[in-house]
Design a protein around this ligand. Structure first.
Ligand SMILES: C[S@@+](CC[C@H](N)C(=O)[O-])C[C@H]1O[C@@H](n2cnc3c(N)ncnc32)[C@H](O)[C@@H]1O
Length: 312
């Protein structure tokens, strides 16, 4: 068993996670500011204009492609992006896989930002967003063909419950694929406490703990790819990006608001370099035969109130 960081009560813990994203260096306003800097205006934006700035996970668009492959996403699939943030990966999957995506996030600011960015790039018909908690998904059973998540389960108090929810909303034969931080050898309680304070990580699992949670939730064909070595240069680049953002924000607003975030991030990079922290991609299938039904134009046949009732 890993020890949990900090004695926060559930409500305090949720508030800490919310507050972390309310003041996160990557916000919808920052994304738009950087897009405007890059192309001079925000008129007639294409999703591709925003992709360099709206992906809040490690490995950028290539990581989205790997995740989509691990989840076996096909065109017209209905995909849930769990803890979708500003919706960058959801927009990318909808565009590159020609699937429909529902993004769910607990943070209202993230959802408002995701809706705004998606409207600006004209993808609102295929990508919808909803505020909700990954521990209790507001969807009927067997709704989605695939469930994805990136660098988000670390924030959840009960990862087993969230994985069981992902299993419940997947159709038989549907596949979950997610990436997340993992604990390596030598991660101390002090490191865990720093991850709680610094990036609102409620707990960090080892690879074996995650495999156990996936199997306990009912998943079959469970797979894992250790990405830790790949994450080292990615995290170093990310640190450089946060340092640049800190400077830009300082110049723009006159306030050095990201100093603490940058110094904490330096500590994370050190932990990843020495192998105490890392990342991995996990996937698992909800057993059962996948029914692939050709969809006719205008037809969706979903239960009322489900996301499919008004398909993106
Ligand atoms: C690192 S961001 C990932 C964003 C997105 N996956 C991406 O790659 O751009 C993690 C997200 O998890 C969300 N989150 C944290 N706890 C949550 C919960 N209990 N239910 C749903 N979303 C949650 C946060 O609000 C945040 O937007």
């Amino acid at each position: 068993m890993t020890s949990e960081p900090g004695p926060a009560a559930p409500d305090d813990a949720a508030a800490h996670v919310l507050a972390f994203y309310d003041r996160h260096p990557i916000s919808a306003a920052d994304v738009l500011w950087r897009v405007k800097e890059a192309r001079g205006s925000l008129e007639r934006l294409k999703p591709e204009d925003v992709f360099p700035h709206d992906q809040d996970h490690y490995g950028g668009l290539a990581a989205n492609d790997e995740l989509a492959r691990a989840a076996g996403i096909r065109s017209d699939d209905l995909v849930l992006d769990l803890c979708c943030g500003l919706g960058g990966p959801a927009r990318y999957q909808a565009l590159s896989r020609r699937c429909r995506v529902v993004g769910l996030d607990y943070n209202e600011g993230r959802i408002k930002g995701a809706v705004d960015l998606t409207r600006r790039v004209n993808l609102s018909r295929r990508v919808r967003f909803l505020r909700g908690d990954a521990h209790a998904l507001p969807f009927p059973p067997e709704t989605f063909d695939a469930v994805l998540s990136q660098e988000a389960l670390l924030h959840l108090a009960d990862k087993g419950k969230a994985l069981a929810e992902a299993f419940r909303v997947l159709k038989p034969g549907g596949r979950l694929a997610f990436t997340d931080w993992i604990a390596g050898a030598g991660l101390t309680d002090a490191d865990r406490a720093m991850m709680w304070k610094g990036i609102a990580a409620q707990s960090v699992q080892t690879i074996n703990q995650y495999l156990g949670l996936l199997r306990a939730a009912g998943f079959h064909e469970v797979r894992v790819v250790n990405l830790s070595a790949l994450w080292v240069p990615i995290l170093k680049d990310r640190l450089a990006m946060y340092r640049r953002l800190r400077e830009e924000t300082c110049i723009r607003t006159g306030v050095d608001s990201h100093a603490e975030y940058c110094s904490m991030y330096e500590a994370f990079v050190g932990l990843v370099e020495k192998g105490a922290l890392g990342g991995a991609r996990f996937a698992g299938t909800r057993p059962g035969a996948r029914v692939i039904r050709p969809r006719r134009r205008g037809e969706h046949g979903a239960a009322p109130g489900s996301p499919e009732a008004s398909p993106p």
